[in-house]
Design a protein around this ligand. Sequence first.
Ligand SMILES: NC(=O)c1ccc[n+]([C@@H]2O[C@H](COP(=O)([O-])OP(=O)(O)OC[C@H]3O[C@@H](n4cnc5c(N)ncnc54)[C@H](O)[C@@H]3O)[C@@H](O)[C@H]2O)c1
Length: 270
Amino acid sequence: MDGIAGRLFLITGGARGIGRATAEAIAAAGGDVALADMDGAAASQTAREITDRFGTRAVGHALDVRDLDATKAVVAAIERGTGPIAGLVPAAGITRTQPAETMDGAAWRDVIDINLSGTFYSCQAAAEVMLPRQRGAIVTLASITSFGGQAGRANYAASKWAVVGLTKTLAIEWGNRGIRVNGVGPNAVDTPMLRGGVPERFVDGVMCDRTPLGRVAQASEIAAVILFLLSDHASYVNGAVIPVDGGLTAGFLTHARGRDYASKILDAQQ
Ligand SMILES: NC(=O)c1ccc[n+]([C@@H]2O[C@H](COP(=O)([O-])OP(=O)(O)OC[C@H]3O[C@@H](n4cnc5c(N)ncnc54)[C@H](O)[C@@H]3O)[C@@H](O)[C@H]2O)c1
C-alpha cells in the first residue's frame, strides 16, 4: 500500500485491542511496526506473532506513555535499532468509570494523564524525529465520546474531547512541514472488555439500538480507517477526526436502528 509498505510505524498501546489490530493492518500492507506498551512482555509477544504471521519486522518496547522522557528514549531506541519512524498511532488509552460526584482524584488523573497527556507526549516525541525529515502521519484515537458526553465518564469524555482539539492544533502546526495529523472516533468495539464490562441490555438496547448499522465495531474496522489515514491515499486529509461509528453520531433521535420514524402517517402505514 502506498506510504505503508517498507515504512516503520510506532503504535503505543499496541500489545492488544485497536493498537494491535492497527499493527496487523499495517503489517498486512507490508509495513513494519514498533509496539510500545505499558505491558512490555505483551508488546514483544504481539510483535513476534506479527512477524511470524506477516513476515514483516515488528518490535516490542515497554513504555508508560505518561512519561515524556521515557517516550523520547523509546523513540530514540527505535530510530537507532529499527529504523526511521514514518508514522505514529498513539492508541494507549484507558477508561475508569465512576459517577462524577464521587469520582476520585486517581480516576480523574489516570484517564487524563494517559489518554490526553500520553497522546500529546507521544505526538511530540515522534514529531521531533519526523519534522526534520518533512514527512510523517499521525492518527490519534478520539471516540464517539469526543462528540457528546456519557454518564459515568466525565474523565474519559473530557480527555477525548481534548484529543480532538489536540489533533486539530497539531495538524495546523505541523501540516506545513509535511506531517498530517488526523484522528478516528470509534463507536464501541466488540472486545472481551466490552462484553465483560458492559451489561448485555446496554450493548443491545442502547449501543446497537442507536446505531443505524445495528451493531458495535470490530477492531479491524477501526484499524482499516487508521491505515487509510496513515497512507498516501489520505495525502490531502489533515486535521480531520473521522467518526467510525456505524452512523451513531449522524443524528440525535435515532433508535430502533433508524427504523422508528417521527411520523404519525408512517406509523399508520406500518
Ligand atoms: N474499545 C473501544 O470501544 C473504544 C472506542 C473508542 C475509542 N477507543 C480508544 O481506542 C484506544 C485503544 O483502546 P482499546 O479498546 O484498544 O484498549 P485496550 O485496553 O484493548 O488496549 C489498550 C492498550 O494500551 C495499553 N496501555 C494502557 N495504559 C498505558 C500506558 N500508560 N502506557 C502505555 N500503554 C498503556 C494497555 O496495556 C493495552 O495494551 C483508547 O484510546 C480508547 O480510548 C476505544
